[in-house]
Design a protein around this ligand. Sequence first.
Ligand SMILES: [Zn+2]
Length: 396
Amino acid sequence: MPKSRGHICPSCKTIGMSIFYEAKNVPANSCMMFSNHDEAVSFPVGDVVLGFCESCGFISNVAFDSSKIDYSTLAPEEQGFSGTFNAYANRLASRLVQDYNLHDKHISEIGCGRGDFLALLCQMGNNYGIGIDPSTVSGGVESEASSRLTFIHDYYSDKYACQNGDLVCCRHTLEHIHDTADFINCLRHGISDTSSTAAFFEVPDVTRILHEVAFWDIYYEHCSYFNLGSLARLFRFCNFEVTNLQKDYFDQYLLIEAKPVSKKSQKVLKNEESVEETAKDVENFAMHSKEKLGFWKNQLLDIKNKKKKAIVWGSGSKCVGFLTTLGVKDEIQYIVDINPRRHGKFIPGVGKQIVSPEFLKQYKPDTVIVMNPIYCNEIKKMMDDMDISAEYIPCN
Ligand SMILES: [Zn+2]
């Protein structure tokens, strides 16, 4: 792997990162949707150049330019349409309320989106919540805890340090932040050494991406990639002690809980991957990414040659990463999503239209590419109920 001396690891500040993967001209934001095809294909692009830190095991897009993404102009993200995901969020909130005895307490959430999870925590324990997010809107979430929720439409910074409360949550946000140590230090500086404030962070796990060579899970707005080891080292580097570290949601997410300490913690948890183990995973990805791209290009060629009607199920970032990295043209015409707010819109990059599952009754696809295989059963059931038989190709 070529070593770039010009880059400093954003997590441990060591000079030099090893470059192991590049994807040029990908949409700068894969969550955006457009009302027409032309706008979708002319959306700004950026480069993904992944660098690996041999000191702390962190992976970062060294070509990331944060000025290309303005989260304040985006609609808050919502994932609340899948039963599987909702059940997970409920279980997690209930566990946190129990473990941290969150009753009549103050909770903050950085990157809260609409505020669904914060509302859950506040509902379950009669807590008070402050949600900080550049895309949040007051009244976006319906909850019996609404009167105890405050939303701040802004990026998190030191001026919100006094709002931390008894628990600071931050879910699926840190992977969007390039200067990871600066961000965690900013949070840490707002908490006194003796405070009982706990931090709970959740991010996607890069291990599966590296093992399965899941190139569709690498996209521009995710500039930071962690495994349990690199995540724990970041928190220790910023004067937190890691109190719990685990994987959840079908091992796709990493969960870390930490408390402030005055001196650097030496406590390493058993499930942390070493930097050397991570280096092997990175090597695996670097070696096999070309053949994986080749496999999918052949699948697309087969669809084209046999004139199959193929659709992709799931219009999120994975789908955009998949279609743009493969340079899909006419092999796939439609993207299906269960979220009615996405129907009729076009995805950035390749500019394909998002349709409802009901649309398939008339379209009758031969092939369904399932972006997230954990939804395979939900999808098959929906298709069976509509009396449509098709072949399913899961992305794994
Ligand atoms: Zn590092």
